[in-house]
Every structure is written in C-alpha cells, then in structure tokens.
Design a protein around this ligand. Structure first.
Ligand SMILES: Nc1nc2c(ncn2[C@@H]2O[C@H](COP(=O)(O)OP(=O)(O)O)[C@@H](O)[C@H]2O)c(=O)[nH]1
Ligand SMILES: [Mg+2]
Length: 192
C-alpha cells in the first residue's frame, strides 16, 4: 500500500491548482456518494478528508499528495438538488475546464452509489470521460449495504445503463466500512 498522504490545498479556481507537474488521479461523481470517505478509508486516515451527511459541501478541488509522487484530487460533487441551478452550472464549468486543460490528469474514478441506478448526470459524466479518452473505472460505493446477491446485479445495472466499452473489471465494488475493492483500486494506481 501507499505510505503517506498529505492534504496540500483546496483550489476554488483552476489557476490555483498545484503547478509542480505531478500526475493526478481524479475522484468524481455525485455529492454524498462517498468520495471523501474513500480517501479516508483507502489511505487509512480517519479524517484527512471531511465527510458529511449533508451533501454538497465540497465546492473546491481538493488536492492530496500521495507518497510525494502523485495527487488524488477530490472534485466538487454534482447533482445535489438543494443548490441553485446557476451554482451547479458553475461547478460543472469548473470541473470541465479543469479536466480539459490539465495535462497531468492520468485517470478518473467515477463514483456511483451501488444501491442506485446511474443518474442522468452520471451518464453525462461517463460520456464526457470517454469522449476525451481519459482512462477511468467506475467505483460502486457503499457496497457494504448490498446483499451478496445484489452485488453482481449492481454491476450489471451499470453495464446496461452506461453505454460504453466498459467491462466488469472496470467496475469496482467498494466499501469505506469493510475491506472491499481496495486491492483492485490499489492495482490500478500502482500500474499508473
Ligand atoms: N455504509 C456506508 N456508508 C458510506 C460509505 N462511504 C460513505 N458513506 C456515508 O455516506 C455519506 C457521504 O459520504 P462522503 O464521503 O462525505 O461523500 P462525498 O460527498 O462523495 O465526499 C456519509 O454519511 C458517509 O458516512 C460506505 O462505503 N458505506
Ligand atoms: Mg466529499
């Protein structure tokens, strides 16, 4: 596993991103899907990323440096109903601009709650990622809440709804509470 993770900064604008040229792996998906919990659990640090039961809190790009080698970037969550449309569009522009202009983003983890069907916004995000040819995997979060029989079904739902060249190995069941999905994600990061 990785040795150290350090919170570096929150950037409200693309221009505030680190400029050291290190590779980045981005975490994207809806608010409240478990992105911050992923960072805390995967890197075994209880509170390095702030988690919240009231969604829509992450409004910045949050940079975490791993082993002084690469960044994990926690992106603002999208699709939370209680923020205004204008505010949501502002987030979307920030994310798209950031992904399109960065030369250091090497991979994306697209988080989807394993208990729910991908939303319209998930389909848009997936299309965006495949259109720009950024390699990615789907992380089906909160998989501890699924019964054994529901796990394969959850993967199948993603394969059926998201029309792209995904294979089952690109869909990872993850839990922040139980050891599920860590090896697969570690392997992806290690290869990068
Ligand atoms: N059961 C369960 N709950 C989770 C898991 N990951 C996150 N949560 C809960 O989901 C809520 C939102 O998590 P958070 O990490 O803040 O989501 P974010 O908005 O995507 O960063 C919190 O109440 C977490 O405790 C998980 O793997 N299993
Ligand atoms: Mg968060």
């Amino acid at each position: 596993m990785f040795k150290a993770i350090t919170f570096i900064k929150s950037a409200a604008k693309v221009t505030q991103a680190p400029s050291d040229g290190l590779d980045e792996i981005i975490l994207c998906g809806r608010s409240n899907v478990g992105k911050s919990s992923f960072i805390n659990s995967f890197f075994n640090r209880k509170n390095i990323a702030k988690t919240s039961s009231s969604p829509g809190k992450t409004r910045t790009l949050n940079y975490y440096l791993v082993d002084n080698k690469f960044y994990i970037v926690d992106l603002p969550g999208f699709g939370y109903a209680k923020v205004s449309k204008a505010e949501r569009e502002q987030w979307q522009r920030l994310i798209e601009k950031y992904i399109l202009t960065s030369k250091t983003i090497k991979y994306a983890f697209h988080f989807i709650d394993s208990r729910h069907k991908p939303t319209e916004l998930d389909l848009l995000l997936n299309k965006f990622l495949s259109d720009i040819n950024l390699p990615y995997a789907i992380v089906l979060s909160k998989a501890d809440k699924l019964k054994q029989s529901e796990k394969a079904k959850a993967k199948q739902v993603v394969l059926d709804t998201i029309s792209s060249k995904l294979s089952t190995s690109d869909i990872i069941l993850y839990s922040a509470m139980k050891p599920m999905g860590r090896k697969e994600i570690f392997e992806i990061m290690r290869k990068l």
